[in-house]
Design a binder for this molecule. Sequence first.
Ligand code: ADP
Length: 326
Amino acid sequence: MANIKCVGILTSGGDAPGMNAAIRAVTRAAIYNGLEVKGIYRGYQGLLTDEITPFKTNNVSNIIQQGGTILKTARCAEFREPEGRQKAYETIQKEGIDALVVIGGDGSLSGARIFAQEYNFPIVGVPGTIDNDLYGTDITIGYDTALNTIIEAVDKIRDTATSHERLFFIEVMGRDAGFLALNGAIASGAEAAIIPEIWTEVDQLEELIEQGFRKTKNSSIVLVAESDVTGGAMGMADRVKKKYPQYDVRVTILGHVQRGGSPSATDRILASRMGAAAIDALMEDQRNVMIGIQNDAIVYVPFSKAIKNDKPINRDLLNLLHTLSI
Ligand code: ADP
């Protein structure tokens, strides 16, 4: 192992349930392997302001079940500039940190990639995002919990939608990715999903909705991924209301409720595996890779692949939704 004695951990960007389980796993696996650990607060911001604390095993006790991140998270504009990254590197040297584990999404790993290249510094990424939009991993930490939060909310909205015979557009997160909307729709028995990857025109949507109203159903639920492409649930509802005034249309934006809550068993196990794998990767002299999971096996995905490629949506799932919503 390339002279790594002390590992710094940070969580960055949008928080996701299961990040704490990942922090715990990284810390414990590092200590188990004889390494020192330092917790860096508020993402890259903490590297600029030197908000760093040595972590022992008990710093991560009793957190596996907690949502959010005990290390806090932030968006740090300064780290996007070379001067900011220079400051971060000076802190890292001062603190005696030899490698970093960055837990975060696409943006956080982009920052990690640039920093690692600029300073020839070992960094391993752990995909923590409810959006599930990182390439090279079947699933990201937080996605399963967010999906479960979505179906719980949609089940409740279904009760009122059915009572009033309404058409509901429910907006879910995902940034520019439709995984939450599509799988949320399948899992909640929604009539349709509007996702940025595969654009559904209003006419097609009407066909879907009419199918739903025609049969035994007296309400319809459509999940819409937040995105400039889809126009979100508000945009969709406005278009449909204008064209088909006969529908009693309502909008619900689920918002930040999707980020919170105790992580599901799937997310806790995933985060534990990925966190420990990040330390394994560093011990194997891996650098500039993201930990991924493919077919239930841990894989190392180069940052360049994880960030740059659009993760494909499985069209079969969209067809399945179509088939099952008649
Ligand atoms: P996420 O990791 O959830 O996608 P963001 O896109 O907000 O979140 O990114 C989190 C942080 O990562 C940013 O605030 C910034 O500090 C850093 N970052 C993102 N993109 C870059 C970049 N191209 N160069 C340097 N740092 C970046």
